[in-house]
Ligand binder design. Structure first.
Ligand code: GLN
Length: 528
C-alpha cells in the first residue's frame, strides 16, 4: 500500500520508530525534559536564593523573578522567527542549549553572601552582576530553544497523522517530568549542599540533554534544517555569514537583557499610574509590546478577512488576553507560595521533610497525573454534549485558580496548634490549581491552532507565549503585595499571606464569573 504524505514530511521508515512513535520524538522529549529540569529547578531556588544569599528585599526578589521569567517567555517570539526564516530549528536548539548551559553554570558562581541586613545589605556586587548576566543567558537560551524544539515535534508527523496529538501529550509529559524531578533534586541539593551546587547540577543536566540532542540528530530526518542553507552561509558583512551574524546578534541580545533585567524607571508625573512606584524597564517594554500586538491584530482584522474568520480571531485574542491574568495568579507558586512554605509551614508529610523549593514539585506531579485523565475526559464529555466551549473552559480555569488561592488563604488564617500550616493544605491547593491549568493551558494551544486563520498561526502562537510572559510580569508585581519585612514573625507573615491570597482568590473568581457571563456572547462570535 502506498500512502501520500506532504512533501515536507519524510517518509519515516518503520525501523526508525520506538513504541509506535518516531524516534525523533524521544530525542525532543529528552532535550525539553532536561531544559525544563534546568529551568524549573533554578526557578524553584531563585526567590529564596535572592532573599537569603544576596539579601534582596521580598519586593525586589518578586520583581526580578517576574522580570526574568517574563523575558524568558517573550524571547521565543524572536527565536522562533529567526529559526523559521534562516537558522532552522536544529541549529537554533543547539545555540540556545549552549547559552542555557553557560547561564546555568554561571548561576553556580554565588560569590559571598551579602553582609548586613535586608534593606541595608551590602551584597557581593560582582557575584550579583554574574547572576544577572547568567539570567540573561538563560532567557535568550530559552528563546532559541523552547519554541523550536516544539516545532520539531510537530514536523515529525504529517498533518493528518493520527498519532500527532498523542505525540504532543508525550512531549508535554517530558516538560513536567523534568520540572518534577528538578524541584525534588535541585531543591534538595540547593538547600542542603549550597545554592551553587543546585544551579550547577541544572547546568550539567542541560549539557547532557544537549549532547543527547546532537547525537540524536539523524532521527530528525532533516526536518529541522535551515530553509536555505546557502543563504545562511553567504557572507553578510565583513566576511561574517548570516549564521554567525545571528549568533553574534544573540550575544548582543544577552548583553541587552543583562541590562534590562536590572533597570528601573521613574515615571515622573505618570508614576500615579503605577501606584507611585518605580517600574521595571521590562514592565514598560511589556506595555509597548502588548499595544503593538493589538495594533497588528486590529490591522489583520481589517485586512479583508471573512466575517466568520473575524469572529473566531476575536474570540482567540480574548482567550489569549485572559490567559495573562491566569498565569499572573498561577505563577505566584514560585514566589509567595515558596516563601510561605519556607517561612510558615510544617513541611513533614509521611515522615518526609520537604523544603520550600521542593514544594513546587506538586504542580508538575499533578499535571503528570491529571493530563491523561483530561485527555480521556474531553471526547467523552463531547459525546454527552457536555464539553464546555473555549471561553467556558477558560472561565473554569480562572475559577479553579481562585479556589486554589482560597484554600491557601484559609490555611494561612487557621494555622495549627504550633502556629504553622500543614503542607497538606498546599498540596490540596496545588491539586485545584492544576485542575485550572488542565482546562486552560493545553486547551489554549489547541485553540490557537484551530481558531486562527492559517497565515497567522505562527504569530498567534507567539502571542500565546507573549501573554504567558505578561503573566509572569504581572505575577512579579502582584507578588509584591505579599512582601513581608524580614523581622516579621510567623504569625505576621501568615496574616499577610491570608490577606493577599484572599484578594487573589477574588480576582480569580470574579474574572471567572465575568467570563461565564460573557460566554454566550463570545460563542456567538464563532457561530458558523
Ligand atoms: N508549564 C508549561 C511549560 O513550561 C507551560 C508554561 C506556560 O505556557 N506559561 O512549558
Amino acid at each position: 500500500m502506498t500512502t501520500t504524505v506532504p512533501a515536507t514530511v519524510p517518509a519515516l521508515s518503520t525501523q526508525d520508530q520506538f513504541l509506535g512513535h518516531p524516534k525523533g520524538l524521544y530525542v525532543c522529549f529528552l532535550t525539553e525534559m532536561w531544559e525544563r529540569f534546568a529551568f524549573y529547578g533554578m526557578k524553584a531556588l531563585l526567590f529564596l536564593y535572592l532573599t537569603k544569599h544576596h539579601l534582596f528585599t521580598d519586593t525586589n526578589g518578586y520583581l526580578l523573578l517576574g522580570t526574568y521569567a517574563g523575558l524568558a517567555y517573550a524571547l521565543p517570539l524572536l527565536g522562533g522567527l529567526l529559526a523559521d526564516r534562516y537558522l532552522g530549528m536544529r541549529k537554533a536548539v543547539v545555540f540556545g542549549g549552549i547559552l542555557l548551559v553557560l547561564g546555568q553554570l554561571g548561576m553556580a558562581y554565588t560569590g559571598h553572601a551579602a553582609s548586613g541586613t535586608v534593606g541595608n545589605a551590602v551584597p557581593d556586587g560582582f557575584a550579583v552582576q554574574i547572576m544577572y548576566a547568567s539570567l540573561a543567558l538563560i532567557g535568550v537560551g530559552v528563546g532559541f530553544l523552547k519554541p523550536n524544539i516544539s516545532t520539531i515535534v510537530g514536523r515529525l508527523y504529517s498533518d493528518t497523522d493520527p498519532r500527532r496529538d498523542s505525540g504532543f501529550t508525550i512531549f508535554y509529559m517530558g516538560i513536567n517530568v523534568g520540572a518534577w524531578l528538578s524541584s525534588i533534586i535541585v531543591g534538595y541539593i540547593g538547600i542542603e549542599f549550597g545554592w551553587g551546587y543546585g544551579f550547577g547540577l541544572s547546568g550539567v543536566m542541560m549539557a547532557l540533554g544537549l549532547v543527547q540532542f546532537v547525537l540524536g540528530r539523524r532521527h530528525l530526518h532533516g526536518q529541522a534544517e535551515p530553509a536555505d542553507p546557502a543563504l545562511l552561509k553567504a557572507p553578510l558583512f565583513a566576511g561574517i555569514s548570516r549564521e554567525w551574524a545571528i549568533y553574534l546578534g544573540g550575544m548582543v541580545m544577552v548583553v541587552a537583557v543583562w541590562q534590562v533585567l536590572q533597570t528601573r524607571i521613574d515615571l515622573g508625573p505618570l508614576s500615579a499610574l503605577a501606584g507611585g512606584h518605580e517600574v521595571t524597564l521590562t514592565e514598560v517594554i511589556a506595555v509597548i509590546l502588548g499595544a503593538a500586538l493589538y495594533v497588528w491584530f486590529a490591522r489583520l482584522l481589517l485586512s479583508g478577512i471573512s466575517a466568520r474568520d473575524k469572529g473566531r480571531m476575536i474570540m482567540l485574542m480574548m482567550l489569549i488576553t485572559v490567559s495573562a491574568l491566569f498565569w499572573g495568579l498561577y505563577e505566584q507558586t514560585y514566589g509567595p507560595w515558596v516563601a510561605m512554605a519556607d517561612r510558615t509551614m510544617d513541611l513533614t508529610t509521611f515522615g518526609i521533610t520537604w523544603n520550600g523549593p521542593q514544594t513546587t514539585n506538586f504542580g508538575a506531579l499533578f499535571v503528570i497525573m491529571l493530563a491523561p485523565v483530561f485527555a480521556w475526559l474531553w471526547p467523552r464529555l463531547d459525546k454527552l454534549g457536555l464539553n464546555p466551549s473555549y471561553p467556558g473552559k477558560f472561565a473554569w480555569g480562572l475559577v479553579f485558580c481562585g479556589l486554589a488561592f482560597g484554600i491557601l488563604a484559609f490555611s494561612a488564617a487557621n494555622p495549627g496548634a504550633d502556629g504553622k500550616v500543614s503542607l497538606w493544605w498546599m498540596i490540596l491547593a496545588y491539586f485545584v490549581l492544576v485542575l485550572g491549568e488542565m482546562v486552560l493551558s493545553p486547551i489554549g494551544l489547541s485553540a490557537v491552532t484551530s481558531l486562527s486563520i492559517p497565515r497567522a498561526v505562527g504569530m498567534m502562537m507567539g502571542a500565546w507565549f507573549l501573554f504567558s510572559a505578561f503573566g509572569e510580569i504581572i505575577a512579579g508585581r502582584l507578588g509584591t503585595w505579599a512582601a513581608i519585612p524580614p523581622e516579621a514573625s510567623v504569625a505576621d507573615a501568615l496574616a499577610t499571606y491570608a490577606d493577599v491570597f484572599t484578594k487573589m482568590m477574588w480576582i480569580g473568581l470574579a474574572a471567572g464569573a465575568l467570563l461565564f457571563l460573557a460566554t454566550p456572547l463570545l460563542k456567538r462570535l464563532t457561530r458558523e
